[in-house]
Design a protein around this ligand. Structure first.
Ligand code: FES
Length: 273
């Protein structure tokens, strides 16, 4: 059992939990994830490690309330326990040798983008962050990103936070103005990552995306997390979650991600007490 030692609501639909998990904290690296099950009959959920503290032995996860399982998880408080908390899983983000990087986070994807931005910063890279939200009420991790970036731009759909517009508008503005990056790292909704890749392809900038498909075992056995990358089948849990964005078949990934949306919404709206 894994004890929850801190809990914070970052916005009305996004919650941060700090969990006592010393063995995972010891080995965790940016870009990796855990699979959790909050109770015996609970669904297995992959959640990216948003932060870790090796000394305190804690791992931080940040999640959005999407379906029944995340609703149940959101109901847990400090002192409550999570039944299974398995990891670290997946290949850590590649950060070595990168000097100038643009990290783009969309919505709750910022929770995944932050540890990567922090790891790059700690490794001496000059980090530009572009974060995007629907509106000011959904903004998360603003101070955290500022602390690890040289330049930080925030975009919102309605202009209530930062500038009005999409992350791709800001990215293209920077590239048009002659900004250069060794790599762009984009993490957020599939549609956002698809269009970030369309922009960077035009400017020939290497782009890495973090894919977060449905997962069951997280060890390459079930095939549930399969994606097509460069015409080959890859498993996000063991080959990723980071992939070359210019090679990912986003249309296929988007169509697969929509398969269970109706069931997720139904389950979330049921009384799950
Ligand atoms: Fe089963 Fe990746 S989650 S193969």
């Amino acid at each position: 059992m894994f004890n929850i030692v801190a809990r914070e609501e970052l916005n009305p639909t996004v919650t941060k939990l700090v969990v006592d998990a010393p063995f995972i904290a010891k080995k965790a690296k940016a870009g990796q994830f855990v699979i959790i099950r909050s109770h015996e009959l609970g669904e297995r959920m992959p959640l990216t490690i948003a932060d870790y503290d090796r000394e305190a032995g804690t791992v931080t996860i940040i999640f959005q309330i999407v379906g029944k399982s995340t609703k149940i998880l959101n109901g847990l408080n400090v002192g409550d326990e999570i039944l299974d908390f398995v990891g670290p899983l997946g290949v850590p983000s590649h950060i070595e040798g990168l000097k100038r990087v643009c990290v783009i986070g969309g919505g709750v994807g910022c929770a995944i983008a932050y540890p990567t931005a922090k790891a790059l910063h700690d490794n001496g890279a000059e980090v530009t962050v572009i974060s995007g939200f629907r509106n000011k009420d959904l903004v998360i991790l603003e101070d955290e990103f500022k602390a690890v970036s040289k330049n930080m731009y925030m975009m919102s759909d309605d202009g209530s936070a930062g500038e009005k517009g999409l992350v791709t508008n800001k990215l293209e503005e920077l590239l048009l103005a002659g900004e250069t990056f060794d790599e762009v790292i984009a993490i957020g909704p599939l549609i956002m990552m698809k269009f970030v890749c369309a922009v960077t392809k035009k400017y020939d900038v290497k782009t890495v995306v973090s894919m977060n498909p449905i997962m069951i075992d997280g060890t390459g056995m079930c095939g549930c997390c399969r994606l097509t990358v460069g015409g080959e089948m890859k498993f996000a849990c063991v080959d990723g979650p980071d992939f070359d964005g210019h090679l990912v078949d986003f249309d296929e990934a988007i169509s697969r991600s929509r398969q269970y949306m109706k069931f997720e919404a139904q389950a979330r709206d049921e009384d799950c007490n």
